[in-house]
Design a protein around this ligand. Structure first.
Ligand code: HEC
Length: 144
């Protein structure tokens, strides 16, 4: 039994705990409106960061931490560690759409770790937009 095993075990229990609370999001949107593959420049984030804060608290803090600094209780077992969302320089290097795609499709879709899972099965389109708006607000001091 080495530390990596212990850490992996801890992570797996964290992930399975999360799996329990991940229920299919109620489909409130008409099925006829799938997220269209819009051109990059036409994409705008339409999220409510206040609502996103509640979603973040429920789904993201175990790894990303209460304040989004990448220091949640499960982060000890994560390699690579989740990014510090309050780092304005880092945030400026990514677009709203990249953050949205990461949250929706998971780490591997954007060349990042599979430990960052896809949230599209748990969060509906509006919830995804809301949580991304909250993540973005963390790097803007005025909105904190
Ligand atoms: C099981 C742990 C875990 C949970 C829960 C989790 N994440 Fe992550 N997330 C990670 C890890 C690990 C990374 C770093 C991946 C990498 O850098 O390769 C990451 C990276 C990210 C990134 C990319 C940041 C960047 O610029 O590099 C975004 C955005 C993100 N997560 C959003 C979310 C959101 C939103 C939620 C909640 C809906 C969430 N994550 C829940 C583990 C998690």
């Amino acid at each position: 039994m080495n530390m990596t095993r212990v850490a992996t075990g801890l992570l797996m229990s964290a992930v399975s705990m999360l799996a329990c609370i991940r229920q299919p999001a109620p489909r409130t949107q008409p099925a006829a409106a799938p997220a269209a593959a819009a051109p990059v420049e036409a994409w705008t984030l339409k999220g409510d960061s206040g609502k996103g804060a509640l979603i973040f608290k429920q789904f993201c803090t175990p790894c990303h931490g209460d304040g989004g600094r990448g220091d949640g209780p499960a982060s000890a077992a994560l390699n690579p560690k989740p990014a510090d969302f309050t780092d304005a320089k880092r945030a400026a290097a990514s677009t709203d759409q990249q953050i949205y795609t990461t949250a929706r499709e998971g780490g591997p879709a954007v060349g990042k770790s599979p430990l960052m899972v896809a949230w599209k099965a748990s969060l509906n389109e509006q919830q995804l937009q809301d949580v991304v708006a909250f993540v973005r607000s963390l790097s803007k001091p005025a909105a904190r």
